[in-house]
Ligand binder design. Structure first.
Ligand code: NAP
Length: 593
């Protein structure tokens, strides 16, 4: 078979040479070629050329876990380009850090996760910036847009760190760091407008696009379905996939994308706009003593209060700004104390289990309909990893959804989107759009092995991966490590995995059950099967982790370190380096939140 990207004569020559090599030499050569390609791709232009290029352009660097930071960075870059400015937009993992020293105008858009961690694609960038090798930056002017979730104590910690460090290195801050909460646009939109204004003042519009400017992705074509303009997908199936006696409700959903033109790849996510549960809307109206029919005009739109609460406002997530707004009305010393800056940790715990309804009930206060709408956060869409391959399911998209429902403060609390989806019936249309996730992709070489670690609903993308590999006849092996509470009631997609084992599309399956003997988590299987796992990785396998970010992903990472120490014969520091190298090579990818 010819080597596709090469001309015929070169392909024949390459095949002749490769044919003469044994397996060890082939592996060595693949590593050598990859390193060569990397060094060519990142080879720096000459110093004067770099300086000149940097003087006349804006560089936008983003670190993004769920795609929000990327979307905003690309928007800023597009707007700057439309204004005739020289601009390049770069993912933090692809940013050549040696160019920082010659950069003149830099905007960093970066999110924060877990305990104040950077997104996976920005770890190396943040480490470099905060490390000893970072250069002094007296000629740099910069601005940082930080994204986060104010329910967590380490709100926007990564953005703040980047901002403080750039200042420490001698760079000049152009505007204060923007700190965008989950309703990203409220802060991001005006902040980006200011950043663009600064860029305009700092840079002369480029008469013709400079050769150093990276061409930007074209704006979405008219009619393409987006976050702002979602597609109304028909519901095809909504099936509970845990046993009746399971304490949890996990759903397999199938939606139709027919007629939308929407495309997705395995690894992408589906954004879903939910409607809040009517019972929760009614409870908020009752607790605030307001009439749902009251018309409310806000941000140029007029809707009844009931519609604002049902479709436009977050009622299932509580955030600091609403607590602050409520505290001034409730005149509560308790709430004032909770909001004190030194109490961030306590506030995090307070916000975690509560919803706005709990606050309204616990600390009664008088609201007007308009003020309530203004104080509550705009409803944000929820992302679900896609659990299907288009090659296998055509115009459909499948999801695996854990339904959030728990008792707290004397009433049932539910998750907005999971309840909406769980209760969706045949006539329901679900507003959706596709969120590309370029960092969670199957290897382009189908002969590569893959290892997939996905406990709970973290299994979702791996169903899509295995479907895709079956459809394309990939020769690489597929290894799945799955965990849940109980074998009998929560073995998600059991029949499909067993069929895949039989038909040779799944080569290994390791299971961990946390609430029945012998108890274990996926990371226990990682350690037990460490020798094989190490051998697969050493042979070039790609490793994927999907699921809970706060505990599981960290514990699995720690187990992988143990595997490298035990079977790779390296110390912990070197093991960390090896894992970072895998991330850099795109062979260790995580879809965790
Ligand atoms: P879950 O029920 O909370 O947990 C699944 C299994 O993982 C249980 O057996 C649980 O054991 C175990 N577990 C608990 N702590 C663990 C740890 N530190 N390490 C390894 N395993 C651990 O899972 P879920 O409700 O399905 O939620 C999965 C997570 O994935 C959620 O955070 C969700 O947001 C995220 N996620 C979902 C998707 C999707 O599209 N559905 C995509 C990406 C991420 P015990 O409970 O018995 O301790």
């Amino acid at each position: 078979m010819p080597i596709a990207p090469l001309p015929e004569a070169m392909s024949a020559e390459a095949l002749r040479l490769l044919d003469a090599l044994d397996a060890a030499a082939l592996w060595w050569l693949s590593g050598y070629a990859a390193a060569l390609a990397r060094s060519r791709a990142t080879r720096a232009p000459s110093a004067p050329a770099r300086d000149a290029a940097a003087r006349e352009r804006l560089t936008v660097v983003y670190g993004s876990q769920t795609g929000n930071a990327q979307r905003l960075a690309e928007r800023l870059a597009r707007d700057a380009e439309a204004d005739g400015l020289g601009v390049r937009v770069v993912r933090a993992s692809a940013y050549p850090t040696r160019e920082l020293a010659v950069e003149r105008l830099l905007v960093v858009v970066i999110s924060t996760h877990g305990d104040g961690d950077p997104p996976d694609d920005a770890r190396a960038f943040v480490d470099f910036l905060c490390g000893k090798r970072a250069p002094q930056l007296p000629a740099l002017r910069y601005a940082v847009l930080a994204l986060g979730d104010s329910s967590y104590p380490q709100f926007c910690a990564t953005g703040r760190r980047v901002d403080a460090r750039l200042a420490e290195l001698g760079a000049t801050r152009l505007i204060d760091t923007g700190e965008a909460d989950v309703d990203v646009e409220a802060v991001a939109a005006p902040w980006l407008a200011r950043a663009l204004g600064c860029a305009r003042e700092a840079l002369e519009p480029a008469p013709a696009r400079s050769a150093t400017v990276t061409p930007l992705r074209a704006p979405p074509a008219a009619g393409e379905w987006t976050r702002e303009q979602p597609f109304a997908a028909a519901l095809l199936a909504n099936q509970r996939i845990v046993a009746r006696d399971s304490a949890r409700d996990i759903r397999h959903l199938e939606l139709s994308l027919a007629g939308s033109g929407l495309a997705y790849e395995p690894g992408d996510a589906l954004g879903v706009w939910a409607v809040n549960p009517p019972a929760l809307v009614a409870a908020v109206l009752e607790a605030s003593g307001l009439d749902g029919d009251t018309p409310v005009c806000h941000a140029g739109r007029s809707l009844d209060l009931r519609d604002w609460l049902a479709r436009e406002r977050e009622l299932t997530r509580l955030a600091r700004p609403f607590v602050a707004a409520h505290a001034t009305r409730a005149r509560s010393d308790d709430l004032d104390r909770l909001l004190a800056p030194e109490r961030r940790d306590t506030l995090g715990a307070f916000l975690a289990g509560r919803q706005p309804i709990d606050l309204l009930r616990e600390y009664p206060a008088a609201w007007t309909a308009g003020d309530l709408v203004a104080a509550l956060r705009p409803l944000a869409p929820r992302s679900y990893s896609i659990a299907s391959s288009r090659k296998a399911v055509g115009d459909e998209v499948h999801l695996t959804v854990g339904v959030v429902a728990y008792e707290a403060f004397g009433s049932l609390h539910v998750g907005a989107a999971s309840q909406f989806l769980a209760h969706a019936d045949d006539d329901q249309r679900v507003p959706v759009y596709v969120e590309a996730n370029e960092r969670f992709r199957l290897p382009s070489d189908p002969t590569r092995d893959i290892i997939m670690i996905g406990p709970g609903t973290g299994i979702a993308p791996f169903r899509g991966f295995v479907q895709e590999r079956r459809e394309i006849g990939a020769r690489g092996r597929n290894w799945l490590l799955f965990g849940n509470r109980r074998f009998r009631s929560e073995f998600l997609y059991q029949a499909e995995w067993q069929a895949a084992l039989r038909d040779g599309c799944l080569h290994r399956l390791d299971l961990a059950w946390s609430r029945e003997a012998p108890r274990g988590y996926v990371q226990d299987r990682v350690r037990e099967r460490g020798r094989d796992l190490y051998a697969w990785l050493d042979d070039g396998a790609h490793l994927y982790v999907c699921g809970d970010a706060t505990r599981m992903a960290k514990d699995v990472h720690a187990a992988l370190l143990d595997v490298f120490v035990e079977h790779g014969g390296v110390d912990r520091e070197r093991a960390e380096e090896r894992l970072s190298q895998l991330v850099e090579e795109g062979r260790y990818a995580r879809d965790v939140y």
